[in-house]
Design a protein around this ligand. Structure first.
Ligand SMILES: [Zn+2]
Length: 397
């Protein structure tokens, strides 16, 4: 095989919906699912059908109408949940059950009140029960990162025998460190005897701000599916942010050497849609999609970027689908258009300053194909600065 491919499993509509205060209606979910298909994700986790009738209908609506992408839905390791998922996904072009049970001792003891043997038996039984009802079965060992590694290997190897196609290794509570999580993925790959042909999936939470780092570490160590949400929304501090994982893989293609199916030019639109429908505004310094992600404040940086963007920009706004903030201004623009734009940007320049700024602008337009708002601001502020220091010089003379 040639270049390795990473599958993108988007769980904005399931884990993302577990964001405190977020509650999508069926229409919101459909709109987001439609956009996710356009973005090019491999799998859309549409919801948790056993949770409510509303969510059942929302998942069914997506499975009925959105094609060309695998539709997944989550259920606990109980027959009723699996049956609900099965009927919600009945018309999916490609269906995937995402079934989970906790495997860490702390969850076994305090939540499930089950022994390891009981959990193992239940997991195998439910995967067998689900076999044949779905195109694919994904099994999640909840709290995997805090589970005894050898027990985890045992659970995975038995659920694979029972019919699981994908095994998910969630860092449910955002506890793992990048190297440690990578080592766990590698340990599973090297020790689960029947792992060949099975997809290993990473699912990371951001409690310590490490969800993206952990996901990338998993990919480096053999995970071939990554579970993400748009804008990193999700339970508590959220999940690994789709846009950050993808742009890391793209920007550092030289390092990862991997491909994926995401059309990065749809990233910005997707991010905006999810932000609107959740009502969650992005922090300005959010990586990749924040309002400041491509703004340069320091004069030294601005100067560098104007001469050659590569000096301080590792990605281009166009790569994620931001339409560059160009005005109709270019090297053919006249002084009036320029003056108007400067006023619109909130500057009030003297005639002398305008003349000088305009001269600088023409000079820049000769060298640079697209003039963006930041360029105009730069030219104007540089001019103001020069005039001010000149006046100060006069005062001292
Ligand atoms: Zn999660």
């Amino acid at each position: 095989m040639g270049v390795k491919r990473v599958m993108v499993f988007d769980t904005t509509l399931r884990d993302g919906e577990q964001t405190p205060g977020v509650n999508f209606n069926a229409k919101d979910k459909f709109e987001i699912a439609y956009q996710l298909a356009k973005l090019g994700v491999d799998v859309i986790e549409a919801g948790f059908p056993a949770a409510s009738n509303g969510d059942f209908e929302a998942v069914k609506n997506i499975a009925d109408h959105i094609k060309g992408v695998t539709i997944a839905a989550m259920g606990r390791a109980v027959k009723e949940d699996i049956d609900r998922v099965s009927s919600a996904l009945k018309n999916a072009e490609k269906s995937r059950l995402h079934v989970f049970i906790a495997t860490s001792d702390i969850h076994l003891q305090y939540k499930l009140k089950m022994t390891r043997d009981e959990v193992l038996k239940k997991a195998v039984e439910m995967v067998k029960y689900a076999r044949g009802k779905f195109d694919e079965i994904e099994f999640s060992a909840e709290d995997a990162s805090r589970t005894d590694w050898d027990f985890l290997v045992k659970v995975f190897s038995e659920v694979i025998d029972a019919g699981a196609h994908i095994i998910n290794v969630p860092d449910t509570v955002g506890y793992a460190m990048p190297r440690e999580y990578g080592e766990l993925i590698r340990y599973i790959r090297n020790n689960v005897p029947n792992i060949d042909g099975v997809i290993i999936s990473a699912h990371c939470h951001n409690d310590l701000g490490l969800a993206v780092a952990n996901s990338l570490s998993a990919i480096e160590n053999g995970a071939t599916q990554v579970e993400v949400t748009v804008n990193g929304i999700g339970e508590r501090a959220g999940n690994a942010a789709m846009e950050e994982v993808i742009m890391a893989l793209n920007t550092r293609k030289d390092y990862f050497g991997l491909v994926h199916g995401i059309n990065t030019k749809e990233i910005y639109n997707t991010s905006k849609l999810v932000s609107e429908l959740t009502g969650i505004k992005l922090q300005p310094n959010k990586a990749v999609v924040g309002a400041n992600a491509f703004r340069h404040q320091s004069g030294i940086h601005q100067h560098g970027v104007i001469n050659n963007r590569l000096t301080y920009e590792i990605m281009r706004p166009e790569d994620i689908g931001v339409v560059p903030d160009t005005f109709a201004l270019g090297k053919l623009s006249g002084r009036n258009a320029f003056e108007l734009k400067v006023r619109q940007l909130g500057y009030n320049l003297s005639p002398g300053e305008i003349s000088e700024a305009f001269r600088k602008f023409k000079d820049l337009a000769d060298r640079k194909k697209t003039i963006v708002e930041e360029d105009i601001r730069f030219v104007v502020e540089e001019t103001i600065e020069e005039f001010r220091s000149f006046r100060e010089g006069e005062a001292w003379a």
